[in-house]
Design a protein around this ligand. Structure first.
Ligand code: FAD
Length: 406
């Protein structure tokens, strides 16, 4: 395991009793991340989805960490998912984004809201990577405000018919199934969730290739023209779609935050190696004090980002044991927003410092810090932007009557 992550686990041991099973999951996460490093780089340079990573992750059981044992998972606590995502984040946020969608937005959502038939139909294949899932909430005109989404569904006999467009959907061109949110044509205040078959007639997918980072992650625009969904593939109750989406986003936000801690660690490992190797003015650049400042700042960022993420994960574990505890849910929501906002900003700042330490080579996708720089910028936007996290944090501090958005 990379040294700093090992150090964090050692620190955590003082107040968290890791079981042998949890240690074994973390060891597998470490092996998987090592195995993914070269393919991740090769696919990044080719600007293509890393098709090797899901298979490697499945081989080591990573896609089932928060999924119950009866569905092939480990049923582990949020802290174990967080530490795993931290390890994966060190090699970039491309596969980390796949993981967020496949496991945290879709797997955990099906586990919480799916009926028995849906759980047994889909969860095992999510864990084994036999099926890829996508999560379609965002639309061209509904991003930060998903309650304004326009995609429509209509009941016809025993089918639902979907019409509309989803935008910026990760895993969009490759997904076997897509969890989609749509508004009832008859009762426009009702938003519901559906599990759509990726091979459905009337579904057109267009790859969005011009991203400035996350080059190993697949992103797409999806057009639904009269796509049919069977009655049994509505997820949760009619009209409960937004609540389902928000609970999914809570999981994924913590996933983004922990991936960002990994980015900071990845930067630190890279700059330490580079500053010992690279010689200028007759000595390794690590002996120049201004380079040492960058290293100290990145190390400080790691410390500042890591603990809010771990603390949010520990509180989330308590909430998962008491899902009816509204007060705890509000606290977890706020802690996860804080963790995401802190970690994503510090990840980008650390990657910027990493590029500076690497000099001209840093300004290239061939350097690890160059890739982390491009990848980490999105973490301040997706799964709820910085501004949305700020509004959520402020509402939690001021009280709901001061809430600046609905
Ligand atoms: C690479 C990538 C992958 C993604 N994957 C998925 C996916 O798999 N599934 C999915 O559904 N979505 C996905 N998204 C979409 C993502 O969640 C949205 O981009 C995000 O929620 C922001 O929405 P938006 O882009 O429409 O920005 P907008 O909502 O248009 O926001 C623009 C700016 O206005 C600010 N703003 C908006 N409202 C307020 C307010 N009330 N107060 C203050 N400021 C405000 C925002 O913070 C932002 O700075 C992905 C996005 C990217 C870039």
């Amino acid at each position: 395991m990379e040294k700093l992550l090992q150090q964090a686990i050692d620190d955590l041991k003082n107040f968290y009793n890791f079981s042998n099973e949890e240690f074994s999951i973390l060891e597998k996460a470490d092996k998987a991340a090592e195995e993914m490093t070269v393919p991740e780089f090769e696919h990044y340079i080719k600007h293509e989805f890393n098709s090797d990573a899901p298979k490697i992750a499945a081989k080591y059981g990573l896609l089932g960490i928060p999924i119950k044992k009866e569905f092939g998972g480990s049923g582990a606590k949020p802290l174990i998912t967080v530490l795993t995502k931290e390890r994966l984040g060190q090699i970039g946020l491309g596969f980390s984004s796949f993981y967020n969608v496949q496991v945290l937005l879709c797997g955990q959502t099906l586990q919480r809201w799916g009926n028995d038939g849906q759980k047994s139909r889909y969860l095992k294949s999510i864990v084994s990577a036999d099926k890829v899932f996508a999560f379609g909430l965002t639309e061209p005109e509904a991003g930060s405000d998903p309650a304004s989404l326009k995609m429509q569904y209509e009941k016809k006999g025993d089918r639902f018919i979907l019409n509309g467009t989803k935008y910026l959907i990760s895993n969009g061109t490759i997904a076997d199934n897509i969890i989609v949110f749509a508004r009832s044509k008859d009762k426009s205040d009702q938003i519901s969730a559906f599990i759509v078959d990726g091979n459905s007639a009337g579904l057109n997918r267009m790859a969005l290739r011009d991203k400035i980072g996350l080059l190993t992650s697949d992103t797409a625009m999806l057009e639904f023209n009269g796509v049919e969904v069977s009655e049994g593939d509505m997820l949760g109750e009619p009209g409960k779609g937004l609540g389902i989406a928000y609970s999914a986003l809570l999981n994924a936000r913590l996933g983004v935050a922990s991936g960002c801690v990994g980015v900071i660690e990845g930067c630190l490992n890279a700059v330490v190696a580079r500053s010992k190797e690279r010689v200028q003015f007759g000595k390794p650049i690590g002996r120049h004090q201004l380079i040492q400042r960058h290293i100290a700042e990145i190390r400080q960022n790691l410390e500042m980002a890591r603990w809010p993420v771990y603390f949010a994960a520990l509180r989330k574990a308590e909430y998962e044991q008491n899902p009816g505890n509204h007060e705890l849910r509000e606290e977890v929501d706020m802690r996860v927003s804080l963790a995401k906002k802190i970690a994503s900003r510090l990840a980008f700042e650390s990657a910027d410092r990493g590029v500076q330490v690497f000099g001209g080579f840093g300004y290239s996708l061939l350097s690890p810090v160059g890739r982390l720089f491009c990848d980490s910028r999105v973490a301040r936007i997706y799964e709820g932007s910085d501004e949305i996290q700020e509004l959520k944090i402020a509402a939690a501090v001021l009280g709901d009557e001061f809430r600046a958005f609905d």
